[in-house]
Design a protein around this ligand. Structure first.
Ligand SMILES: Cc1ncc(COP(=O)(O)O)c(C=O)c1O
Length: 326
């Protein structure tokens, strides 16, 4: 092994230590036994720390990333921030490809960590930016000879991270559970967690949470304002997920869910946590349960990146009163 490669392996051993189990807490509820796993307590700040670390680790072990490699990835926030921080610790170059919908907080973070940040400005045929970002990634890959694309939408390493880490940790913290509600975007979380949990107990019901305007479960595509959940493509990892049911949540319900989590439980969390919490309320309001089911959801990131929308009174007023979906 060369000195450069040895240095990278040594840095990876240090970086790996930042991933630790996150706590599961119980929230008071009149109808169900409600639990949440605080994924925002991951070191860099979100559930995406796990697939980011796992993907880089596996690629280094396979020799696909070496110290001179440039990592290129398309992301609207958490995944890019996680990769940026880890890449800096590993002393590897990273170019994030972002779009104008990114939270100003995430953009500042990326610009502070990376020498080069590319922001696509052209809408794709869906009216969004995901396909434009992916196109830009392909262009950069063809221009930069030694480059690596983690490809969070299709890389089985992302799913494996949630299988080995998030899913197994859920089981270790709370093995007697009836329902797990999981938000979907790249589908890495739901694919890995559902496989792991159902291996332990096939009766655990996995409920996928998606947002209105997303096509993941073949609903109509339209503009979404809150980042985190949903997608304008069907993510390839979805086919590995073991899903029993799907609940669709509107942006107004997501906002209400976030506000309630803050006001009732003191949890200052982002859109996907509010969507999952709203989905649980919606789901159990319709069910006539004789016993109290044990239900878990994830609080995937903090509310800081949503101060310009979910936690901005004027924006919320505008969003709630908007009559169309544009
Ligand atoms: C805050 C947050 N929660 C949940 C998700 C969904 O996770 P996954 O991409 O694994 O489906 C994402 C994805 O970007 C996210 O940023």
């Amino acid at each position: 092994m060369t000195a450069l490669a040895q240095g990278l392996v040594e840095r990876l051993a240090v970086v790996e230590k930042i991933i630790c189990p996150t706590p599961v807490i119980q929230l008071t509820n009149n109808h169900i036994d409600l639990f949440t796993k605080l994924e925002y307590l991951n070191g860099i700040g979100s559930i995406k720390d796990r697939p980011a670390l796992w993907t880089l680790k596996r690629a280094i072990e396979r020799g696909e990333i070496e110290s001179q490699t440039t990592i290129i990835e398309s992301s609207s926030g958490n995944f890019a921030c996680a990769i940026a921080t880890l890449a800096k610790m590993l002393e590897i170059n990273f170019i994030p490809v972002i779009d104008p919908n990114i939270s100003p907080l995430y953009e500042s973070w990326l610009r502070s960590q990376c020498d080069r940040v590319i922001k696509v400005e052209n809408h794709d045929d869906t009216g969004g930016f995901l396909k434009s970002r992916l196109c830009k990634v392909q262009q950069l890959k063809s221009e930069i000879s030694d480059s690596y694309w983690p490809n969070q939408y299709g890389n089985p390493d992302c799913m494996e991270a949630h299988y080995h880490l998030t899913g197994e940790e859920i089981w270790q913290s709370i093995s007697s559970i009836d329902y797990v509600f999981l938000g979907v975007s790249s589908a890495g979380t739901i694919a890995g967690v559902s496989q792991r949990l159902k291996e332990h107990n096939a009766n655990i019901r996995i409920v996928a949470v998606d947002v209105e305007g997303s096509v993941i479960f073949r609903h109509s595509l339209y503009k979404r304002w809150i980042s985190g959940l949903g997608s304008s493509i069907i993510p390839p990892l979805l086919k590995h997920a073991l899903i029993d049911e799907v609940v669709l949540v509107s942006e107004v319900e997501t906002i209400a869910g976030c506000h309630e989590l803050l006001e009732k439980y003191g949890l200052f969390v982002g859109g996907s946590s509010g969507s999952a919490y709203s989905a649980i309320k919606q789901y159990f309001a319709k069910l006539n349960q004789r016993t109290r089911p044990r239900v878990l959801f994830l609080c995937c990131d903090r509310g800081n990146a949503y101060l310009n929308n979910i936690f901005n009174r004027r924006w919320v007023e505008w969003r709630v009163n908007a009559t169309d979906n544009a």
